[in-house]
Ligand binder design. Structure first.
Ligand SMILES: C[S@@+](CC[C@H](N)C(=O)[O-])C[C@H]1O[C@@H](n2cnc3c(N)ncnc32)[C@H](O)[C@@H]1O
Length: 281
């Protein structure tokens, strides 16, 4: 017999899941196969609670209402996106930057412009900033700027704070940690904050790679677009990659995630190393 005191957790019906899945795919490129139903349901249950709604029928009506599009859509996007990231994720990209790209680039130029197009909570941006700062110490007069964008405003707010659990920077050598991170005074909390110097020359803004990129400059030297294309189908990947190419200077580079490639995609790119491509229009 059902326990009358038991609180029933709201469930997504197959039709509701399909509707939300199609909306997510059409607007944000992210695929929502059946295997993601439990994940989506769990994440959106928190949104039901936050809005004091009883079930998904009420939630969907609200989300697609005029008010909902203003008040809930960004929370919905935040809940839908997967933000896994790390400092020095895919270290060969930073090795390439340090040992090959920057020495060659700085023979003729002294300002590098970088876009992290799925920046998540900022680890990728701050890793880049550390590398650039280190390079600048050895090369006086060299400068950089970084633009970090992501579809999730909430995750970018975390990036802007630059506060991380101490264990997340374990991978970073001690002398670099000392230079670029400040330990929290509260020893129970075990967190670190990035040194302000890493937040110089850095801009963050919310951006959907599936939407208009009209407000994004078109003179980047490097674009990091890592571990986001995997959520898109080939057609969307091709569209996004070509849109990114249009934002690069000729000879600029695109860095993709470890399980991403441009195989089967028509784009003006030449592979230089695994997951590193040169824009060759
Ligand atoms: C798995 S994280 C990757 C973070 C980082 N680039 C890395 O490789 O560690 C993927 C990020 O892509 C963002 N994202 C997903 N769909 C997007 C879209 N259509 N436009 C912009 N960002 C998107 C998510 O919000 C998430 O923060």
């Amino acid at each position: 017999m059902a326990n009358p005191n038991e609180v029933l957790t709201p469930k997504l019906t197959p039709t509701q899941f399909k509707r939300l899945g199609q909306f997510i795919h059409t607007n944000y490129g992210i695929q929502m196969p059946e295997s993601k139903k439990v994940l989506l349901e769990g994440r959106l249950q928190k949104r039901l609670k936050a809005n004091n709604l009883e079930d998904f029928t009420q939630y969907i009506d609200f989300l697609f209402s005029k008010q909902g599009q203003i008040r809930e859509l960004q929370h919905f996007v935040d809940a839908v996106s997967t933000n896994k990231t790390d400092f020095y994720r895919e270290p060969h990209h930073f090795k390439f930057l340090r040992e090959e790209y920057l020495p060659e680039f700085s023979k003729s130029k002294n300002h590098v412009k970088i876009w992290s197009a799925a920046a998540s909570s900022g680890e990728e941006i701050y890793t880049l900033a550390i590398e650039l700062r280190e390079y600048m110490e050895e090369h006086r007069g060299f400068t950089y700027e970084i633009l970090g964008t992501d579809i999730s405003t909430e995750i970018l707010q975390r990036a802007a704070k630059g506060v991380y659990e101490e264990k997340r920077i374990e991978i970073i050598p001690l002398h670099i940690k000392r230079k670029y991170f400040l330990k929290s005074k509260n020893r129970e909390n075990k967190s670190v904050k990035v040194n302000k110097v890493l937040q110089q020359n850095l801009k963050l803004r919310t951006l959907n790679l599936m939407g208009s990129l009209a407000g994004i400059p078109n003179d980047f030297d490097l674009i990091f677009c890592r571990n986001v294309l995997i959520y898109f189908n080939r057609k969307v990947q091709e569209k996004v990659i070509n849109a990114l190419c249009a934002k690069l200077k000729p000879g600029g580079f695109i860095f993709l995630g470890h399980s991403e490639s441009i195989t089967g995609i028509t784009a003006p790119l030449t592979q230089i190393a695994p997951t590193i491509y040169k824009y060759t229009p």
